[in-house]
Design a protein around this ligand. Structure first.
Ligand code: HEC
Length: 271
């Protein structure tokens, strides 16, 4: 095996406990679907247990994001990441898409071309009509959602990204928003309009895309910074703002036990 090959096969340690979690999620989803096959008393009996079983899909989404972050190779680029995802998903997806087409044709003697196209492009879940999102290979609706999740934060957030985000934030945003994000930066203390704190509930629950959007298009009295901050850096800043927000709402429980002694030594000690 070449050095490059050897490097590629470096894998993070396995996470056996995840198998157990997958089992719970899969059982919940299975039970939820099984409810539809039951009727009367049997359905009443299982409804309290599996009625919310669909939440298992949400758990799978979270788990899948976690596993993607966990198995990430050091020095990975977005391009290589997407190449690997496409290589992994596309062949199986194409096969399932074709199989569904053959079955639908055999059953109905006709095909719905727009539905076929949306499903081929993983866009079916954008149309809130079950004839569309369930209209081809029904279970693939969740993959359509996952494709959307990939687009929401289009790269992995690692230490390098956050450092870059902090650097850019301190240059382009902190003069007004302050390094803490409180909104009392130097320019504001000299009379510029005070921006809202990032630590309000409204901005803490705003989607990351909102921060990207404000940098790109400006917001009210704030001019846009599209010319100064390039696209990748806008995402890095948005990620760093999330860090700022977390930092103001962290408790001692968020610090790994091994690092708590360090806090006691820090000036001011734990809060
Ligand atoms: C020249 C000062 C200034 C700079 C520089 C600046 N902002 Fe602002 N920002 C403001 C002001 C003022 C507001 C409030 C605007 C309003 O409500 O009309 C604001 C509002 C915001 C908001 C809140 C939008 C909302 O929903 O209320 C966000 C998010 C934001 N800025 C992000 C940024 C980021 C990220 C940067 C750096 C890339 C940045 N700003 C740079 C002055 C600034």
């Amino acid at each position: 095996m070449t050095a490059v090959g050897a490097q590629r096969t470096v894998r993070p340690p396995a996470l056996p406990s995840l198998t157990g979690l997958r089992f719970v999620a899969a059982t919940a989803v299975f039970g939820y679907h099984y409810l539809y096959l039951l009727d009367g008393r049997a359905q009443q009996l299982f409804l309290p247990v599996f009625g919310r079983g669909g939440a298992g899909v949400g758990l799978f989404f979270v788990l899948s994001g976690f596993v993607l972050a966990w198995t990430r190779q050091p020095g990975d680029t977005p391009r290589r990441f997407y190449q690997r995802r496409v290589a992994r998903i596309l062949p199986v997806y194409a096969l399932a898409w074709l199989t569904a087409g053959v079955v639908l044709l055999a059953l109905h003697r006709r095909l719905d071309v727009p539905v076929a196209a949306l499903n081929a492009l993983l866009l079916q879940s954008w149309v809130p009509d079950w004839h569309v999102y369930f209209g081809w290979n029904g279970v693939a609706w969740s993959l359509s959602c996952e494709a959307f999740f990939y687009a929401v934060f289009p790269f992995a957030i690692d230490e390098k990204t956050l450092r870059r985000g902090r650097e850019r934030f301190d240059i382009y945003c902190a003069p007004c928003h302050a390094k803490t994000g409180e909104g009392d930066g130097m320019v504001v203390r000299r009379g510029y309009r005070r921006p809202p704190s990032y630590h309000t509930d409204r901005l803490r629950t705003a989607p990351v895309g909102h921060f990207f959007d404000v940098i790109t298009n400006g917001f009210g009295a704030m001019p846009d910074l599209a010319a100064q901050v390039k696209v990748d850096d806008r995402w890095a800043i948005a990620a760093y703002i999330r860090v700022l927000q977390l930092s103001e709402h962290a408790s001692l429980d968020d610090v790994p036990a091994a690092d708590r002694a360090e806090l006691d030594r820090a000036p001011g000690g734990p809060r």
